[in-house]
Ligand binder design. Structure first.
Ligand SMILES: [Zn+2]
Length: 216
C-alpha cells in the first residue's frame, strides 16, 4: 500500500496555466491557418474568419486569466472577453462612415479603437477609478477589456505593427512576438488578477477533484 501525496494548489494552478497557455498558442496558430484558407475566398468570408479568430483568441486569453474549469460564470466571462475582442473591428465602419465592407477595409488611417495608446491610457484610468471608488466590477471589466483589446492589437500587429498615436506605429511584429506577447499578456494578467481576486476556486477545485489519499 502506498500513500500518494496530494499535489499542492500551486502545482495544480501552474499545470493548469501551462495547459491553457498551450491551448492559447494552438488557437492562435490554427486560427491563422484557417484565415490563410479563407484568404482565397470572398472579402466577406475573409473578414468574418479574421474577426472570429480575434474572438476565439479573446476567449482563450481570458481562460488563461481565470482558468474556468466547470464554472459557468467564468465561461460566460470568457465569451464576453471574446465578444469584446471581436467588436472593436466595428470601428472600421465607424471611421469609414459606411456599412460597406469594402469601405471599412480600405481606410487610409487606422481606426480609433486600434490605438494601443488609447487602450493603455483608458485601462490605467479605469483601474485608478476602480481602486479609488473600490468598484470591484469595474476592476474586473478593466482587466477583461485590456486582455481583449491588447490581444486583438497584438494579432493585428503581426501584419501592421502596433499603433501608438501620436508617436506613430512600430514595424509589423514578428509572428513569434505576437504569439509570445499574447501568452505573456494573459499569464501576467492571471497573476495580477488572482492577486486581487484570491481565487478560492483553486482550493475548491483541489478539494473537488483530487482525492485525499490514493490507495494502491
Ligand atoms: Zn483589428
Amino acid at each position: 500500500m502506498a500513500i500518494l501525496k496530494n499535489p499542492s494548489v500551486d502545482d495544480i494552478v501552474s499545470s493548469s496555466i501551462l495547459l491553457w497557455s498551450a491551448l492559447l498558442i494552438l488557437v492562435c496558430l490554427l486560427g491563422d491557418v484557417l484565415c490563410s484558407f479563407a484568404s482565397q475566398s470572398l472579402l466577406l468570408w475573409r473578414a468574418v474568419a479574421d474577426n472570429m479568430i480575434h474572438g476565439a483568441v479573446g476567449v482563450v486569453a481570458w481562460a488563461v486569466v481565470v482558468m474556468p474549469g466547470f464554472s459557468v460564470d467564468k465561461w460566460g466571462q470568457c465569451l464576453l472577453c471574446g465578444l469584446l475582442a471581436s467588436v472593436i473591428d466595428l470601428d472600421h465602419f465607424w471611421q469609414a462612415g459606411s456599412f460597406q465592407l469594402q469601405d471599412a477595409v480600405s481606410l487610409q488611417q487606422r481606426p480609433l479603437f486600434h490605438s494601443t495608446s488609447l487602450v493603455l491610457v483608458l485601462s490605467a484610468l479605469l483601474w485608478v477609478v476602480s481602486l479609488v471608488f473600490r468598484l470591484y466590477i469595474l476592476r474586473k471589466v478593466t482587466c477583461m477589456c485590456a486582455v481583449a483589446w491588447l490581444s486583438h492589437h497584438l494579432r493585428d500587429a503581426s501584419r501592421r505593427g502596433l499603433w501608438f498615436p501620436p508617436l506613430g506605429s512600430t514595424p509589423p511584429l514578428p509572428y513569434a512576438v505576437y504569439i509570445g506577447g499574447t501568452v505573456v499578456l494573459s499569464v501576467l494578467m492571471h497573476y495580477g488578477y488572482s492577486g486581487y481576486y484570491q481565487a478560492p476556486s483553486a482550493q475548491e477545485r483541489i478539494l473537488e477533484v483530487v482525492p485525499k489519499v490514493v490507495v494502491q
